[in-house]
Write a protein that binds this ligand. Sequence first.
Ligand code: GLN
Length: 308
Amino acid sequence: MDLQAIVDDIVRELEPRLGEGKVADYIPELARIDPKQFGIAITTVEGQTYKAGDAETSFSIQSISKVFMLTLALGKAGEGVWNRVGREPSGSAFNSIVQLEHEHGIPRNPFINAGAIVVADMVLAGHAPREAIGEYLRFMRYVADDETLSIDEKVAQSEQKTGYRNFALANFMRGFGNLHHPVEHVLGVYFHQCALALSCVQLSHAGLYLAHRGTNPLTGFSVVSPKRARRINALMMMCGHYDGSGDFAFHVGLPGKSGVGGGILAVAPGKASIAVWSPGLNKVGNSALGSVALEMLATKTGWSVFGT
Ligand code: GLN
């Protein structure tokens, strides 16, 4: 299979559609991004990277960070994570508050905002916020094998100033006793994890452990056990695209996690880690062209977990 030809074809086929969707504007710093960009990178478990379009341009990974923070929290708290956050798809928007009251402040899953805020609270345990952010950044540099990764402080500050819904979610959960640290500290960590800037190439490296039984084949670094990698992939499949998760499974058939920066990380277990990025979002807040690109890729490669 000629993966370079496949990514080149995808970029060519999407060229006329550049700019589709709507850039996230509720975070002022993200509203300034040029929507007419698209990048794709595939890193295979054999260690080859294939890239096309704006694959080297950094973007804000936003909610894709939830996968990596969950990995960290599982390392710290083990199965105890599941006492404070569920594993069911929510069928609601990423920033929804509706289920939280019924479910006593226990978020449906770690990938909606409420769940990710609880996960950030777990990673914060025993640390000052600055140290927890440092731990996350070191972890990201380790999994991506890239010391140049950095957090875009402007994006973090921009969300800190305008993240009213996240403050509401966090205060609500603190009221239920499901946050153990001050809301400002937890959200400081959360906004910084979201503000990590990565290119598609870097993101495809960072996600490779999920495609290779928990170990990064490029470096040999063991990140999680095979069982844990499988479970994180299962959560990505069921919950990684919020109320668009069913549609993503239907069209793409791979575990994936989106972010409002327009990135998507998808995992083809045993085969490759794939990153796409295009800033315009569809109605449920997932990259419009990114989703289309992954469907094209799944069709061209036959890499669905549901059969070829
Ligand atoms: N930082 C964003 C928020 O909390 C992340 C949301 C997302 O990427 N879906 O609103």
